[in-house]
Design a protein around this ligand. Structure first.
Ligand code: S0N
Length: 272
């Protein structure tokens, strides 16, 4: 089905569009197989911040332009001493900020993998909450071959998904895996023919959108907290506070203070 994606904001390296309550971020650098440079990550971070604040957006799709690549990782043309060189000449690894944003946003992020997901491109796939791939997709890490590695979520969360032995194989050997292999090992959720990729992904989005947003939010937080340590607990706890603020019990405390009276917490039930 042909959908009319409405542009949200114009950028240089990405497309940022919306269809109903679904946002789509497309890395639009097909000439380099959608490799990212600091500018690309800066723009994706800006789009993610928009999605976080927009109450009419409930789920985000991350994909690449064309039918060759989802993302081929860091743009080797701008790799310099200390990182990927931005337009001011500063070396950056700001893709790590994007990883944090994907994990932190309290809405599901789905990787729609339409071709190669290699190096930092596969890390992006791994970091997303869910991954749906076309049957032409290929997955792999290249770090130890091209002078790089991701010892962050690209290792730890990958190992949670595929197991320690497989994660070590993926990183030590730097092989490529087919979409079917990636699905079997738990690196992605589903494989579909390329011409079904967007339909399938939008169907998953619509199912998620029909579910309770607070329940989805809390489950994402809980699943993250297990790996994310104190930061994960902080985000989980922040949402527990949000839920408490929504209760009459919390409002009674604030109202009593403003009305200069003692709070009446007796009225609230003590659950077993
Ligand atoms: C994707 C591959 C396998 C496709 O092979 P194929 O089909 O033979 O096409 P090519 O002719 O090789 O490529 C087509 C054109 O695209 C350009 N290109 C491809 N990838 C890149 C890239 N990453 N940077 C720049 N250009 C790229 C080709 O040059 C070619 O253009 P022309 O025709 O003009 O020559 C194959 O292309 C491939 O293997 N690509 C390299 C993939 C790779 O090694 N990527 C990893 C790079 N490193 C990282 O991603 C590290 C990420 C990082 O910064 C990081 C660091 C710390 C912590 C976390 C991270 C993180 O991101 O996770």
């Amino acid at each position: 089905m042909k959908r009319e994606w409405k542009p949200i904001k114009k950028y240089e390296d990405i497309l940022f569009e919306q269809y109903g309550r679904i946002a789509k971020i497309t890395i639009n650098r097909p000439r380099v197989y959608n490799a990212f440079r600091p500018q690309t990550n800066k723009e994706m971070l800006d789009a993610m911040a928009y999605c976080r604040n927009a109450s009419d957006i409930g789920v985000i799709i991350l994909t690449g332009a064309g039918d060759k690549a989802f993302c081929s990782g860091g743009d080797q043309n701008v790799k310099g001493i200390g990182g990927y060189i931005d337009e001011q000449g500063v070396p950056r690894l700001n893709v790590l900020d994007l990883h944090k944003a994907i994990r932190s946003i309290p809405k599901p992020v789905i990787a729609m993998v339409n071709g190669y997901a290699i190096g930092g491109g596969n890390v992006l796939n791994v970091v997303c909450d869910l991954s749906i791939a076309s049957d032409n997709a290929r997955f792999g890490q290249t770090g130890p071959k091209v002078g790089s590695f991701d010892a962050g979520f690209g290792s730890s969360y990958l190992a949670r998904c595929v197991g320690q032995k497989k994660a070590r194989e993926i990183w030590f050997l730097c092989r490529q895996y087919t979409a079917e292999e990636a699905e079997r090992m738990g690196m992605i959720n589903k494989v579909v023919p390329l011409d079904r990729l967007e339909d399938e992904t939008v169907e998953w989005c619509e199912t998620i959108l029909s579910r309770s947003p607070m329940a989805i939010r809390m489950i994402k937080r809980a699943l993250n907290a297990e790996l994310d340590g104190q930061r994960g607990m902080m985000e989980f706890a922040g949402d527990a506070t949000l839920m408490y603020y929504l209760m009459a019990e919390a409002q009674e405390g604030k109202n009593a203070f403003l009305e200069k009276r003692d709070p009446n917490f007796e009225q609230f039930p003590k659950f077993p």
